[in-house]
Design a protein around this ligand. Structure first.
Ligand code: SF4
Length: 277
């Protein structure tokens, strides 16, 4: 068992060395988060965000479900031995998790292991939402969120306009199609919205973009009945290096707080709106 146990890492770079399971201290989880990386050999994503923290890499370690299971069991057993509480088991890693052919099986396995070792910990997937355009993935994620797995879905919503979406996410998937999928999902299952607020090419989000994002986030919140659909909104800033630096740059915390205040002014306090500079 010992050979499967990865050591703690201070940031997410361990996954670029082929790590499948990587314990990190997460500012958004506010504690120890056990990351799961479905792409230990190369990045796979439907977005190409200028702020993306995944540096170019290649390893010959293909994803293996038995290895993931053993490593996760080992890390959770060590955390328990050390009396360290685990806040969550989080699927993110080098790309968009729902693009992995192992996505569903790996989540189900992690859910079972969570029940055995840390039933109080959350099971989280961080997604850019493009998987929701595929019916089978949509249905799986909806059922996982509503059913016994109690999957927490942290869903990226970087932009309220096609122009800013193009600058922030650089995806071949049309903005309207993606937002249509997100709208549909937010009416069906609970999500936490995550928005990166940063400058691109030295330009902060224009006022019209900010207004459109507030309008869209509020609409999504209302569509689920204030808390049934959107359970929280996280506005976060660029805090770590990215291979394309300085294409994307951090903005002052006041800009993030202004964005949060603009949303709170519309939706009130029914849903937490948090800022992570
Ligand atoms: S969605 Fe995530 S993994 Fe994909 S490019 Fe953007 S930041 Fe990187």
């Amino acid at each position: 068992m010992k050979g499967f146990c990865p050591g703690p890492v201070e940031n997410h770079r361990g996954r670029e060395g082929g790590a499948v399971v990587y314990p990190v201290y997460s500012r958004r989880s506010k504690g120890l988060s056990i990351g799961i990386n479905l792409f230990p050999d190369h990045k796979v994503c439907s977005f190409n965000c200028p702020y993306c923290e995944v540096f170019p890499f290649h390893s010959d370690r293909a994803f293996s479900l038995p290895v993931m299971e053993k490593a996760l069991e080992c890390v959770l057993a060590e955390a328990a031995e050390g009396g360290i509480p685990v806040r969550d088991i989080c699927f993110s890693g080098n790309g968009e998790p729902s693009l992995s052919p192992d996505f569903q099986e790996a989540l189900e396995a992690a859910g079972r292991i969570r029940e055995r070792f840390v039933p109080e910990a959350a099971l989280v997937v961080i997604t850019n939402g493009t998987g929701l355009l595929k019916e089978t993935t949509f249905a799986f994620m909806r059922d996982a969120a509503l059913g016994g797995m109690k999957l927490n879905i942290w869903l990226k919503l970087d932009a309220g306009t096609p122009a800013w979406y193009e600058a922030m996410d650089r995806s071949g998937i049309p903005f309207d199609a993606l937002i249509g999928g997100i709208r549909r999902f937010a009416r069906a299952a609970p999500v936490t919205l995550q928005t990166m607020v940063c400058a691109v090419h030295g330009r902060e989000p224009p006022a019209a973009e900010e207004a459109a994002w507030v309008h869209l986030a509020a609409e999504l919140a209302e569509s689920g009945g204030y808390g049934a659909g959107v359970r929280a909104v996280q506005i976060y800033g660029k805090a770590r290096p990215a291979p394309e630096d300085p294409l994307a740059e951090a903005l002052p915390e006041a800009v993030l707080e202004r964005r949060a205040a603009a949303l709170r002014a519309v939706i009130g306090t029914a849903i937490p709106v948090e800022v992570f500079p």
